[in-house]
Ligand binder design. Structure first.
Ligand SMILES: Cc1cc2nc3c(=O)[nH]c(=O)nc-3n(C[C@H](O)[C@H](O)[C@H](O)COP(=O)(O)OP(=O)(O)OC[C@H]3O[C@@H](n4cnc5c(N)ncnc54)[C@H](O)[C@@H]3O)c2cc1C
Length: 417
C-alpha cells in the first residue's frame, strides 16, 4: 500500500483544520489534510449561524445570576436545554464552567481571546480574496433584538462594556428596526445592530472554498480515520483510503471529536460539547431578511443563508454521540413564524452540531505537553467559524518558530494540569 510523506498532518478539515493547513502551507510546510468525510466543512463548520463575531469580545460564560440559573435549571428556556439522563456526566464539567465564569476569570478569557477576535475578519478577508469567493462574505453585521426593557437594559450594559474594546453598534428603536428589517413582526423594546461582524451565507461552502485553495496550492487531502493515528519512526502515521500518510508533526483539529486522539495518548483535557441545531425554511412571498437576527428573548437566530432562512438554536447539553433531540427547534418554530414570514421547511430534518468547549471558553492551541511533534488546535466553542483562520495563523507561527501575533500562553493544554 502507498505511503505518502509530508511535513505535517492536519487532522480534521473543519474551519479550524483548514485554517491551520493554509497557514502552515503559506510558511512552506508540505501538509496533508485528513478527514473521515469526502470533503471539508461537513462537521460543525457546516451548520453554524455564519457570523464572523468580531463584536463578541466577551465569550459565552455560565450565568452568575441566581434567577437565570434557576430558569435554566427548570429546563424550559429556549436558550439552554439539558438532557436529564446526561446531567450526572455533565455536572463536574458544568461546575468547572461555573468556576471559570467568575467575573475575574471571565475577563481573563475575554482578554486572552481579544487579539484573536480582532484578527479574525482580517484573516477571512485575505483568504476569501485568495480563494476567489467574495460572494461568501457579506458586510451586513447582525442585529440582536430584545422584547423587554429588562433584557434590552442588560444588553445595553454589555454593549457599554464592549465599546471600551472598540466594538461599534447602533441602538435601534422600533422605527429603526422596521427601517432595517421591514418584514420582522413583534413588540420589541429595542435592538442593537453590530455593523462590523461579517456574515457568511454558506459556512460549509466557505470551508470547501478554503480547502480548494489549499489543494490548488499543492496541498493534499487524505480520506482517513484519526483514530488510526500512531507514533512511527520519524513522527506520526495515519491510515487512509488508498494509502497511509507519515509526517514529523501532526495537528489535532478535530473539533468536538478531538478527544478521539488526545485521550488514548493519555491527556485528560476537559473537552465537552454544547450541541445546537439548524433548520432551513423558505421565506414567504417576497419577504427578505437582510441581516442575521437574534430574537434574544426567544433564543434563536434567523440567518439569510444561500439555501434559505436558517433557524439556529441555543445550547443543548447532551452527549456528543447521543441521538438528536431537536426540542429547541420544535419550540422555536412557532415563534420564528411569528417573527418573520416563513414558509415551508427546506430540510427534511434538523441538522445537529456540537460546539467543542473547554470550561474557560478558550481553545487549546499549542504543543502537546508530552509528545514530540503533536500539536493541538481545538475547542473553539461558539466562535470556531470566526476564529479558525486566526488560530491557524497563531498555531503555524508557533510551529515554525515565528513570533506569535498573540500571546499563546492562555491557550496551553498545561492549564488543565
Ligand atoms: C448551532 C451553531 C451555531 C454556531 N454559530 C456560530 C457562528 O455564528 N459563528 C462562529 O464563529 N461559530 C459558530 N458556531 C461554532 C462553530 O461552528 C464551531 O466552533 C466550529 O465549526 C468548530 O470548527 P472545527 O473545525 O473545530 O470543528 P468541525 O467543523 O466539527 O471539524 C472537525 C472535523 O473533524 C472531522 N472528524 C471527526 N472525527 C474524525 C475522525 N475520526 N477521523 C477524521 N476526521 C474526523 C469531521 O468530519 C470534521 O470535518 C456555531 C455552532 C453551532 C452548533
Amino acid at each position: 500500500m502507498a505511503e505518502f510523506k509530508a511535513d505535517v498532518l492536519v487532522l480534521g478539515a473543519g474551519m479550524v483544520g483548514v485554517g491551520a493547513a493554509l497557514h502552515l502551507q503559506q510558511r512552506g510546510r508540505d501538509v496533508i489534510l485528513v478527514d473521515r468525510e469526502q470533503q471539508a466543512g461537513e462537521g460543525t463548520s457546516f451548520g453554524n449561524a455564519g457570523i464572523i463575531e468580531v463584536a463578541s469580545v466577551f465569550p459565552y460564560m455560565f450565568p452568575r445570576d441566581f434567577g437565570q440559573i434557576l430558569r435554566y435549571a427548570m429546563n424550559r428556556t429556549p436558550q439552554m436545554r439539558y438532557s436529564l439522563a446526561d446531567l450526572p456526566a455533565f455536572l463536574p464539567w458544568l461546575m468547572r464552567y461555573y468556576l471559570a465564569s467568575s467575573p475575574q476569570r471571565a475577563l481573563h478569557s475575554a482578554m486572552a481571546e481579544l487579539p484573536l477576535i480582532r484578527r479574525s475578519l482580517i484573516e477571512h478577508e485575505a483568504l476569501i480574496e485568495e480563494a476567489g469567493v467574495p460572494e461568501l462574505l457579506r458586510r451586513t453585521g447582525w442585529i440582536k433584538l430584545y422584547r423587554s426593557d429588562a433584557t434590552l437594559d442588560a444588553a445595553l450594559r454589555d454593549f457599554e462594556r464592549a465599546k471600551q474594546y472598540g466594538v461599534a453598534g447602533d441602538v435601534l428603536d422600533a422605527a429603526a428596526i422596521a427601517a432595517r428589517e421591514p418584514n420582522l413582526t413583534g413588540e420589541f423594546s429595542g435592538a442593537i445592530h453590530y455593523p462590523d461582524p461579517g456574515f457568511i451565507p454558506d459556512p460549509g461552502g466557505l470551508a470547501k472554498a478554503y480547502a480548494a485553495l489549499f489543494s490548488r496550492k499543492g496541498g493534499r487531502f487524505l480520506l482517513g480515520d484519526a483514530k488510526t493515528l500512531e507514533q512511527a519512526p520519524g513522527g506520526w502515521r495515519i491510515g487512509g483510503a488508498g494509502g497511509a500518510a507519515v509526517a514529523r508533526e501532526v495537528v489535532v483539529a478535530l473539533g468536538p471529536w478531538s478527544d478521539l486522539v488526545f485521550r488514548p495518548l493519555g491527556y485528560s483535557i476537559p473537552l465537552a460539547v454544547k450541541r445546537g441545531y439548524h433548520l432551513h425554511l423558505a421565506a414567504r412571498g417576497n419577504a427578505v431578511l437582510h441581516h442575521p437576527v437574534l430574537d434574544s428573548d426567544q433564543g434563536f437566530v434567523l440567518a439569510p443563508m444561500n439555501r434559505g432562512i436558517r433557524l439556529t438554536t441555543g445550547v443543548e447539553f447532551s452527549g456528543r454521540d447521543r441521538p438528536p433531540t431537536p426540542v429547541q427547534i420544535e419550540r422555536a418554530l412557532p415563534k420564528a413564524h411569528g417573527f418573520f414570514p416563513l414558509g415551508e421547511a427546506i430540510d427534511a430534518r434538523p441538522w445537529m452540531g456540537a460546539r467543542p468547549c473547554l470550561p474557560d471558553m478558550l481553545p487549546v492551541i499549542g504543543k502537546a505537553p508530552r509528545h514530540a511533534g503533536l500539536w493541538f488546535d481545538f475547542g473553539h466553542q461558539h466562535h470556531g467559524l470566526t476564529l479558525g483562520p486566526a488560530t491557524g495563523r497563531l498555531l503555524a507561527e508557533m510551529m515554525t518558530g515565528e513570533t506569535p501575533f498573540a500571546d499563546p500562553a492562555p491557550f496551553a493544554a498545561e492549564r488543565f494540569g
